[in-house]
Design a protein around this ligand. Structure first.
Ligand code: OFO
Length: 172
């Protein structure tokens, strides 16, 4: 059985993951509006991953006999100036999420909840990847500068991203 504190933190994390999905959908719409369909695709796939994360944590709460506490999912920003702003916001958002994942892992460690700690390790690794992905795209954008040809080639690269369910056994 999960402690009350872990139940609260994991429930909050579900909300944060769903907010992440919402945020990436807003970014995807903004990229689409800029005519960058490949970037829009990359962000849409990111949104689907976030939904899978939220659902996975929700299911974990149930598996541990806990009752998830649902909270409101806030509204994402309505507009983004350009692609740089989108990916800078992506990186800083993921850094915040990393902080909250680490805090839950630390709590699980303090409570000697080995199962929860082990569960959180997947997310600790995932956050390394999420930050690295955002950073890589930001680095490319800096190199591209205002070269439209190179921007369109990055857009084609990002068009290739496909959603792969990270938890196929759960069927999410
Ligand atoms: Fe769920 O990984 Fe990003 O936020």
């Amino acid at each position: 059985m999960l402690s009350e504190k872990l139940t609260r933190s994991l429930s909050e994390q579900v909300t944060k993951e769903y907010y992440s999905a919402y945020l990436y959908l807003a970014m995807s719409a903004a990229a689409d509006g800029m005519g960058l369909k490949g970037c829009a695709n990359w962000l849409f796939v990111q949104a689907r991953e976030e939904l899978a994360h939220g659902t996975h944590i929700f299911e974990y709460l149930l598996d541990r006999g806990a009752a998830p506490a649902f909270a409101e999912i806030r509204r994402p920003p309505a507009a983004f100036k350009d692609l740089n702003e989108i990916f800078e916001a992506t990186l800083s958002h993921e850094q915040k999420v990393t902080g909250s994942i680490n805090a839950i892992a630390t709590l699980a460690m303090r409570e000697l909840d080995h199962a929860c700690y082990q569960f959180m390790m997947w997310y600790v690794d995932e956050q390394v990847e999420e930050e690295a992905n955002a950073l890589e795209i930001l680095d490319k954008l800096r190199l591209i500068g205002d070269n439209t040809g190179l921007l369109l080639s990055l857009d084609s690269e990002l068009a290739a991203r496909v959603f792969v369910n990270p938890f196929p056994a759960k069927g999410n």
